[in-house]
Design a protein around this ligand. Sequence first.
Ligand SMILES: Nc1ncnc2c1ncn2[C@@H]1O[C@H](COP(=O)(O)OP(=O)(O)OP(=O)(O)O)[C@@H](O)[C@H]1O
Length: 737
Amino acid sequence: MTLSTNTTTMENDGELREEQVSKGLSNLGLSATGLQHTYLCLSVPGRDLKNVSILCNYIHLQKLELPHNKIKDLSCVSHMPHLIILDASYNQLTDFFGFQAPKNLKEVNFSHNQMSVMKDLSEYSSLTKLILDHNSFSAIRGLEKCERLSHLSLAHNSISRIRGLDHLPLRELCLSGNAIQKIENLQALRKLQVLDLSCNRIQSLSGLHTLYLMGTVNLQSNLISEINEASHLHDLKLLRDLNLLKNPVQEKDDYRLAVIFLLQHLTLLDQQTVTAEEKVSSVNKYDPPLEVIAARDHMTNLLYQLMQPQIIFDSTLPSLDTPYPMLVLTGPQACGKRELAHKLCQEFSEYFAYGACHTTRGPYYGEEDGLDYHFVTEDEFQTMIQTGKFVQTLQYGGHWYGLSRESIERVAREGLACCVHMELEGVYSLKNSYFEPRYVLLIPTAVENYVCCLKARGYYSNAQMETAVSRIDSYAKINREKPGFFDNVISCDDRNEAYMTLKQLVKEYLGVEDPGGDPSSITPDNTSSNSTGELLAADTVNADLTDSYSKNYQNKIQARMTPQRTQAEMASNRREKLIREALNGKSPGAYADLFQRSGPTAPSSLASHSRPTAGPMRPVDLGGPELDELSSSEESRASSGLSMRSSAGVRSAESPTRESDVGSRLNIEPLDISLLGQERDSKGRMDSRLTPDAPRLGSERISPTLPSSPGRPGANTKPVLPPIPSGRKTNDSGSKL
Ligand SMILES: Nc1ncnc2c1ncn2[C@@H]1O[C@H](COP(=O)(O)OP(=O)(O)OP(=O)(O)O)[C@@H](O)[C@H]1O
């Protein structure tokens, strides 16, 4: 602190007198660091002084404060070799540093004077702070050698270009109120922390992206009109305070949220604190996490569904307590999910049928409406959303995709499990629903092969391909970080191998032998019937799926499907007839036991012990409530579980052969995908074929009694894997084989 003179008498000629000096003198001072220093200070503010030549005699002054006077000449400073701080603001100085350099001069304030030209300050190498506001400078120059200058202010001058500051160790720079149109030549100011460029004519924020220590940027009252300009500041991780007030960009819709999204480290925007709520809202709006996308999608579809007139018993689908078996193949676009789903449904037609989604994209070559997708217009799709037809939807690659309730029901009415394919968001969305599918992730591990597949299709732009490739990581990350999210993971680098693995997996789920017998025994271009009487396309297994698109994939599929569909239809009709009869009490037959007991809610392969081979069948012990405890809900289940029962994985108690099969199958356990994720990490590639025998870590075992998604409705009451239908086979007379 300095002591100011209280002198009341002042000579009219504006000359500083001895007695004023003596009153204004003080030898107390505090250094900027707060350490006590003894400065020899003179402070004579606001006395209309014009002539301070008397100060030539005060050669020991270290701090001189002469603000708010009318001084035009400061040459006396040349006689103060020890001067450290000089404040000559609000005077009439025209000469910039019009004195010989005091060797240790550190801080100078010449603001509110009449200077117009900066001169070379090479001799002032000790300068740390220079305030030159409200002068008439039109260019910055002469500072090159000021190697300690950390604070420079040239506000309210006539500067139109930023230059002459290269490599200065500036921490604060103020160029407010000039005529600057462009942020330039600041790249080398690596230590800059505070920048004030307010009240200029700046339109773009480019030119700041390398200033990594920047914490505060004031751009109030400029001409910034695009929100995207904020992305130039994206890499400035220490930026906390940004002021864009009075810029045209403020008029943009959602300006604040958008800027907060782009600059998530901000704590102050336009002089207002950025709240945590704003940060969350901005992320949810501009880059919603998959969970949020899925939650919104689920909410939308559920709400629209609930808004429709409800029809009791119009659905064969289960309720919250009775999961309907579905198989969901997921993975990045063009990884072959759809082909594998078709193939699987074809070969396991007694168990699965393909659930075709709706899409607004046009059919690719060879695709058929109703078989691959239901191709609909944008309007039709939106109408379907608003009439509550969808279980989930997704906008992907500019098109809508949606799985309709009817697509699933159509399959459920046949007594079959529905097999669908979808992207990750769809999986998240389904996990919100009352469906409890098994999710099999098909993931490319050889990226080059995958890119080749994408290119081979010839449908996708480079950007689309890049997106698809980048999503591989999303799938891998989730698999790694959320053990149990996918029930199984299969590498799809080789489609044939992938199919064999998938098939093996499904057989384990179902607990069946190969429905097609030994595939290697099937010769191309023939069909044969296997032990169960199913017709199999001859090249089902051996077909080279990798280039199936180019080989008119559709024709092949159709050729294979036609006889089988007939077969499947016959089987379905038989099942439906039997179920109806059973419900009417006419014929207990093959389905009677389905309505008398509670079916297991996870594949028997997960059970830890075998069941008795005869007598009333008990559910596999999954660590859940005992059969007796469940019996109270059985009647209601029986009335609602029309197709669910037939597809609930209940095995026949009357089939010892199958029971013994079950016993031998009890060793088969679900693949340990958490381990697989780790393997992929450590090896860079997953094993292309994942077998149930794959090694696993005991601690990472998936417990069948664990809820698959904690917090999900019903998750605490259901096992992780819902049942796949037992695929009860019937001969023509309807009795079990
Ligand atoms: N209802 C849906 N919800 C979410 N994703 C879906 C849905 N229907 C289809 N998809 C996915 O949208 C993506 C784009 O579909 P597209 O038909 O272009 O690819 P595809 O040829 O079926 O891919 P793939 O060969 O992997 O099956 C695919 O990954 C597909 O699985």
